[in-house]
Structures are given as structure tokens and as C-alpha cells.
Design a protein. Structure first.
Lengths: 549, 270
């Protein structure tokens, strides 16, 4: 039956080219007959996306990436990834006649002698900073709402790899102009690599094609920056988005939102129009910033020369946490053994930062193992309803923020009139103790908020109206919470610590004990959601309800 | 009217250049010119104010010193536990420290900070003359050295190599240990920049003329004045502080604006 109707309609359209519909209809028909794209359009066009501002953060990252691709393509037309020495002879007087690499010289030309070049450089760099920042904020949203739970664990991992790749893209791009600042940055990377025992020096020579800085590194970073890394990023973004379509979008808890449905707008036409318009808004914001604010003034830094290091030399913000970690290591953390120096000051940083990164990447699996939760989740958690997760997140953010802040220790010292040593010691303390404090505070705050929610569900809001009962008793009238609001407050799943259960052989292994212990730690302090019985009982004997009616 | 003798026709008389005293006069004139030129030249590079070394000025400087500086530097500038000896620091040092308001110090701290200048130029000159009279030291520079018309490219390179590690490549300043810092070099006069290089105030090392020649110092001043007088080609410079300022900006204003816009775009219409 259906096949007949479609054939008929197709015929109708075929005839209708002459009658009505015009060019659009015939063009659409032409394309559809050859690609069968209407199926995909129909499927995608009816895809529902929920509307919430925090769901747009990933889009911001995507749009920033598009801006980066566009402006980056412009830059490749004029940039020369060569470290051949040339004498600068462009428009900028304070560098005229100074020998520098072709990379630096061509970047100077882009900035001063190519129309629109400086704007494009600034667009590219500002968009890159925004790209990584938007990814960071997007990740925080995913984490604190528990959107990484089954079935989205793999998409979390893909997203996290994208975050790492974005940082790699940023760092390789930052190093390309071969100016003083980026050269200093590369020297730190060189030092980090050389600090790895046994293989470090070999790796460094492999990377730089000999002793630092050599004449190869800019060309190599350029290949990574414009070819390999973007290709991987594009592929992973495609997978990331495909997973979003396959899994359907998550939604915040609200009346009518369940694990089986998605409440929102279809892609066509509302959402597509909003998202398309939003791209231009993001582009506009980046353009505005790039045209008003200087970024990476390489003309101040001058060409790379291994001898000078400027005060205030820092990496771009997303590498700051690693730079800060090195600043926080106390002096003298190294020892000599068998005529070799072992640089703990570098190794500890590599190990701690590496562990931190890996833990964040595999966190969904860790949490799933601890909770033993195998259900699918499409409704997000309110952060307060997962107190331990929120507390772990707060601890992680505090740890990262301390390392990050340490990268600006010198700027803090000069601008707040503090001592450099005082800033470093304070940040050492916040790095080690801050996460515990943050964990404790965040967990208590979550539990308190849950208690408040419970109170509101059971007894409503305080209205401030005092009523005297016939018996002489004074009571305050409570305004009952409406049904929609109540749904949001009570609809979360309650977890209990895992029971220790023997396996098939009837034994309880060490792993099981650890798991049960962690599970107890995770769910020990919890506020159970209000049940229907509790609700009925609360409303049954509530004097306020009686006086209200 | 009979002219018996015409002086010219007669035997030459010992007058004019033949005069016995002519050679003495010539030597006197020569000496006067040489000495005058020397004096003129040396005053142009050494001491700008003509009366700087006059006894009266020195006496006035001594009084000012006793009233304002002697508490820490000692009654005869010999130094104390509170402040260093000023014997041999030269007029340039006094002109820098007092002329930028760093001295007299407001309070003891990691380093003397810039503040509104306390003395008039004449008083500063008197103090400088007094300290310079104690022992020879670097004089106050003047003239061509301060005209900021040298080679900015050489100056920029020298600045990156010698100065940027503390003062930052754009002269925006930087941190040192234990609360000390290298100040920003914005709106500092060429004379004070030059004096700082030759006297090494506070934690700054001395860059004498063997280390950086006077012409090179002139180039450095040229570069600094270039940076000061030419706005950043890329727009607002965010303090020329580098990636920290840029990162803070993108998080607070860039991402802040974007988040505000996401809230706006997803807001339910009324």
C-alpha cells in the first residue's frame, strides 16, 4: 500500500516540474533520485533535540573548529614552514635587518604586509583558545550531569581524546612562528623529554633532528599541525556526532522527560535554523575579539634565540596546568645514580599529570564498576543527586585549577604585590589539600540541597502566612509544590552500596572487596528520593493543607 | 705737506703678527679655544646644570640631604644599617632615585617603589650635586644620548638579550624573588632609563659603557620609546602580559559572552 503511494507521488512530482514546484522541487527530485538522500533527511530532520543552553557548548567547540579551519587555510597560503635563515625586510621597523627563520619572517609578513593577514592570524589564535575552552566547559557539563553513563561511555572517551588532540593542535600551532616565546616553550618540551631516563635524549634528538633547536622542528610540527592532527580531529568529531545521533540526546529531568523519550524541537526547521544562526553568532564574537584585541604579538617577542627568555613567558592557557605543575615542584628533586642524573622534578610531573589525564579519560568505566550500574541513562542527573560524583568533580577541578593558576605565579606576584615564593607555597598547599577540602564541601552542599528538596516536596514552600487553629495552635501555611516541580525533585534513582557476593566458586575475591568498599564510600551518605507513601503520609496529616482547603 | 717718512716704506716695525708678543697671544687664544671647547664638550656630556657644582648648590643639597636622607644614609652619606652608603654613587643615581619618587622611601620593603616625586627639579639637582661632590660617580646624561633617534632594531635585540628576562619583551615588567620585581618601563623618561642602566638601581645590575656602549643605550631607549609611542598593531594589548592575559580574557569575556548568547538563544519566548 505504502509503496504504491510513494510511486504515485514520485510520478506526480515528475509531472509537476512543468506545472508547479519550480526549480527547487525539480532540483530536490533530481538529487533524491540519484542519492536517495530523502531517507536521511527525513530521519535526521525529525531528530529531536532538547533545548537548554548548556547543550550548545559542544556546538560552540564545533563552530570554533570550523572558524579555525577557515582562517588556518588562509594562513597556509602565506606561511613558510622553513627554518632557513633570512634577513627580515618588511614593514615593522624594530625588526628590520634582523636575521630570523623564514617561518618567523613569513609570519611577520602575514602580520604586516598581507592584507587581512593580521586579522586572520588573530582570528585563528583567538578561535583556538575558544575551541579548547568550549571543549573544557562542555566536558564539565557532561561530567556533572552524569551524561557519560551507559550508553555514552565511549563517546566520553572520544571527546576526551579530542580535548587532548585540541591541546596538541594548539601547542604545535603556537610553536610554528618560531618566535622567542614559542622557542622557549619548545625548549621546555625538549627539557621534559630529555628528563625521561634512558630514552629521553634519544627521543629529543629524534624529534628535533639533532641537538635543540636544529632546523627541522618547524617543518615537522607544521605537518602535524595542518595534516595529521586535523585529519584525526575531523574523523573523531564525525564519530562523536554520529554517536550523539545514535544515542539520542540526553535531557534534564522534568515532568514528562523519561528514559524512553526526548522532549524538544525537531532538527528541521527550528533547531537547524537556531544552530545555523548560532554559528554566525560565534563567528561574529570571535571576529569582534580578533579585531579589537592583540593576541600573540610576535613582533614584540622577536625571532627565537636560545639565550634570552622574557619575563612572563607562559604557554597558552590549555598547556598552563602542565607548566604550573613544573613550577610547583620544590627545588632539588633530582639525584645522581650510576653517573646519570634522574630528574624527579620532571618525572613526578609527567607521572602525576599522566595519571590525572588517564583517570579522567576512563572515569565512566571506574564509576560504572563501583556502582555496578548497568542500566541505560538518558535523563541527566542533577549534580546534587549524585553527591559523591559531584564531590569528585569538584576535587578534580580544584586540583586542575591549582596547577593552572601556578602557571601564572609570576603575574600574580607582580599584580597583587605578593612574593613569588608565597604564591608558589600557597598553590602547593591548595594542590595537595584543596581537592580534599573541595570534596568535603561539595559533598556536604549536595546533601544539604537534597535535604532541602526533600523538605520542599514533603511540606512545600514556607508562605509566611501564620494561621491560628480553632484549638489555639499557631501554624504556618506551607505552599505545596506543584506537580511539575515535584517531578523534577523526586525523579532520581536511588543507589545503595553493592553487596559483597561470592562468585561462581563461592569465594569473595580481593577485587570484589575493593569494589564493595568503594561502593560503600560512594553511596554511604545519601538522601533517598521521596516515595509515594511518604508523600501521601506527609500530605495526609499536614495541618497547612487542611487550613488551605 | 711733506711726508718725510712713511711708516710702511721704512723698515718693518715690530707690530701685528711680527710683534714679539704675537706668539704668546696666539698660544693664549689657542689654549682658550681648546680649553673652552673642552669645557663646553665635557659639560654637555657630564653635567647639564651649569651651577650644579657651585659651592652654594652643594651646600643647599647638603642641607636637603641632612633633612630628608640622613636618617637612613647617615649624616655624611656613609650609610647605616637602614640604607647603603652613597659615596661614589654619582649624580645619575640621585637623579634617578629622587627624580622618579623612589627616594625618599615611604617604608622599608622588598624594594623602593615609584611614587609621586617629592622634590622640585632644582632640589633634586642640588641633592645630586651634593652626592656627586662626595666622590666621583656616573654623571647625569644629556644631549644626543637621550634623543631616542637611534636604531630601534638593534635596540630591540639588545633589549631582548639584556633586559627582557626581568622587564618582559615589551617592557611590561616582571616578577623577581621575595616580593621584588622589575617595574614596567612605560612613561619613563629617556634620562631615567639611561640613568637606570648606568647606575643599576635596586636589584638591577649595572650596564656600564664597556658592557653596553652609550650608542647601544641610545638604541635601547629608541626601541622603548617606539613601543611606547606606537600602539599595538593588533588592537588592545591586554597589558602586553602574554598568554596569561589572553587566556583570562577568552575565559571571562570570550566564553562569558558565548554562554550569555547560548542562554539568550535557548530562552523560551514569552
Amino acid at each position: 500500500m505504502t509503496t504504491i503511494t510513494t510511486r504515485e507521488s514520485a510520478e506526480d512530482q515528475g509531472v509537476g516540474v512543468k506545472k508547479s514546484g519550480g526549480f527547487t522541487a525539480s532540483a530536490a527530485n533530481y538529487i533524491d533520485e540519484r542519492t536517495s538522500i530523502s531517507g536521511a533527511v527525513k530521519e535526521l530532520g525529525r531528530k529531536i533535540f532538547p533545548d537548554h543552553w548548556s547543550f550548545l557548548l559542544g556546538e560552540v567547540a564545533l563552530y570554533s573548529f570550523v572558524i579555525i579551519l577557515l582562517s588556518g587555510s588562509f594562513l597556509t597560503f602565506f606561511f613558510q614552514a622553513s627554518m632557513a635563515e633570512v634577513v627580515y625586510d618588511g614593514s615593522f621597523a624594530p625588526l628590520k635587518g634582523i636575521p630570523m627563520s623564514a617561518a618567523m619572517s613569513s609570519t611577520m609578513d602575514i602580520s604586516f604586509d598581507i592584507r587581512g593577514g593580521l586579522l586572520m592570524r588573530q582570528v585563528h589564535h583567538w578561535a583556538a583558545l575558544l575551541f579548547v575552552a568550549a571543549i573544557g566547559l562542555h566536558m564539565l557539563r557532561i561530567y556533572f550531569t552524569g551524561a557519560f553513563r551507559k550508553p555514552r561511555e565511549l563517546n566520553w572517551v572520544i571527546g576526551f581524546i579530542l580535548f587532548i588532540l585540541a591541546m596538541a593542535e594548539g601547542f604545535t600551532g603556537y610553536s610554528l612562528p618560531d618566535d622567542l616565546l614559542s622557542g622557549n616553550g619548545l625548549r621546555i618540551i625538549d627539557g621534559l623529554i630529555k628528563g625521561i631516563p634512558v630514552v629521553g635524549t634519544w627521543f629529543s634528538f629524534l624529534l628535533f633532528g639533532g641537538e635543540f633547536p636544529g632546523t627541522d622542528i618547524v617543518g615537522r610540527l607544521y605537518s602535524l599541525h595542518i595534516l595529521l592532527l586535523p585529519a584525526i580531529i575531523v574523523a573523531l568529531i564525525a564519530m562523536h556526532l554520529l554517536f550523539v545521533v545514535v544515542h539520542k540526546h540526553t535531557q534534564y529531568p522534568a515532568a514528562g522527560h523519561t528514559n524512553q523519550n526526548v522532549v524538544g524541537y525537531p532538527v528541521m526547521p527550528v533547531y537547524a535554523a537556531k544552530a545555523g544562526g548560532f554559528f554566525f553568532i560565534v563567528f561574529g564574537v570571535v571576529m569582534l575579539i580578533a579585531s579589537l584585541f592583540t593576541i600573540n604579538p610576535i613582533w614584540n617577542y622577536g625571532p627565537y634565540d636560545p639565550s634570552p627568555v622574557s619575563a612572563g613567558t607562559q604557554p597558552d592557557w590549555y598547556i598552563g596546568f602542565a607548566d604550573g605543575a613544573m613550577r610547583l615542584i620544590p627545588t632539588g628533586w633530582e639525584f645522581v645514580w650510576l653517573n646519570h642524573t634522574y630528574s624527579l622534578n620532571i618525572l613526578v610531573v609527567l607521572i602525576v599529570v599522566g595519571l590525572f589525564i588517564v583517570t579522567v579519560m576512563i572515569y565512566p568505566f571506574i564509576e560504572a564498576w563501583i556502582t555496578g550500574d548497568k542500566r541505560e541513562h538518558h535523563v541527566l542527573d542533577r549534580p546534587r543527586n549524585a553527591p559523591t560524583r559531584t564531590a569528585i568533580g569538584a576535587a578534580g577541578v580544584t586540583f586542575y585549577a591549582s596547577l593552572w593558576a601556578a602557571a601564572s605565579s609570576d603575574i600574580m606576584a607582580t599584580h597583587f604585590h605578593l612574593t613569588m615564593e608565597g604564591v608558589i607555597h600557597t598553590l602547593q598547599a591548595t594542590t595537595l589539600l584543596g581537592p580534599f577540602l573541595a570534596f568535603f564541601i561539595a559533598k556536604r552542599v549536595c546533601l544539604a540541597l537534597q535535604k532541602k528538596d526533600r523538605e520542599i516536596v514533603l511540606h512545600g514552600y514556607e508562605s509566611g502566612r501564620i494561621v491560628r487553629l480553632p484549638g489555639g495552635e499557631f501554624v504556618e501555611v506551607h505552599q505545596p509544590v506543584d506537580e511539575y516541580e515535584r517531578w523534577k525533585l523526586v525523579s532520581y534513582s536511588d543507589f545503595k552500596p553493592l553487596m559483597l557476593r561470592p562468585n561462581a566458586q563461592g569465594k569473595i575475591g580481593v577485587a570484589e572487596k575493593v569494589r564493595a568498599g568503594l561502593s560503600r564510600w560512594f553511596f554511604e551518605d545519601r538522601i533517598t528520593p521521596v516515595t509515594q507513601t511518604e508523600l501521601n503520609r506527609a500530605h495526609g496529616d499536614h495541618p497547612a493543607e487542611i487550613t488551605d482547603k | 705737506m711733506t711726508k718725510i717718512k712713511t711708516p710702511r716704506a721704512r723698515r718693518p716695525r715690530k707690530t701685528g703678527r711680527r710683534h714679539p708678543l704675537a706668539s704668546v697671544a696666539l698660544i693664549a687664544v689657542g689654549l682658550l679655544f681648546t680649553g673652552g671647547a673642552y669645557v663646553a664638550f665635557s659639560t654637555s656630556t657630564a653635567v647639564a646644570t651649569t651651577d650644579a657644582s657651585s659651592q652654594q648648590t652643594i651646600a643647599q643639597g647638603e642641607k636637603l640631604f641632612a633633612a630628608n636622607c640622613a636618617t637612613c644614609h647617615g649624616l655624611s652619606a656613609q650609610g647605616s644599617s637602614e640604607g647603603p652608603s652613597l659615596i661614589g654613587v654619582g649624580a645619575a643615581s640621585v637623579d634617578f632615585q629622587v627624580g622618579t619618587g623612589r627616594m625618599p622611601m615611604q617604608m622599608q620593603g622588598p624594594q623602593a617603589q615609584k611614587k609621586p616625586v617629592q622634590f622640585t627639579p632644582e632640589q633634586t639637582a642640588a641633592l645630586a650635586a651634593y652626592v656627586a661632590s662626595l666622590a666621583p660617580g656616573p654623571a647625569i646624561p644629556s644631549g644626543e644620548l637621550l634623543d631616542a633617534a637611534g636604531d630601534a632594531a638593534t635596540g630591540a635585540e639588545l633589549f631582548r638579550i639584556n633586559c627582557a628576562m626581568c622587564h618582559n619583551v615589551a617592557g611590561a615588567g616582571g616578577a623577581l624573588t621575595e616580593g621584588k620585581f622589575a617595574p614596567a618601563i612605560e612613561n619613563v623618561s629617556a634620562q631615567h632609563i639611561y640613568e637606570a642602566m648606568i647606575t643599576g638601581p635596586q636589584n638591577m645590575p649595572v650596564f656600564n659603557d664597556m658592557n653596553i656602549s652609550p650608542e647601544d643605550k641610545r638604541d635601547i631607549i629608541t626601541y622603548l620609546k617606539y613601543v611606547e609611542n606606537n600602539p599595538s598593531p593588533g588592537g588592545l594589548a591586554l597589558g602586553s602580559l602574554g598568554p596569561v592575559a589572553e587566556g583570562l580574557f577568552i575565559w571571562i569575556f570570550g566564553l562569558g559572552a558565548i554562554v550569555a548568547l547560548t542562554v539568550w538563544i535557548t530562552a523560551k519566548s514569552n
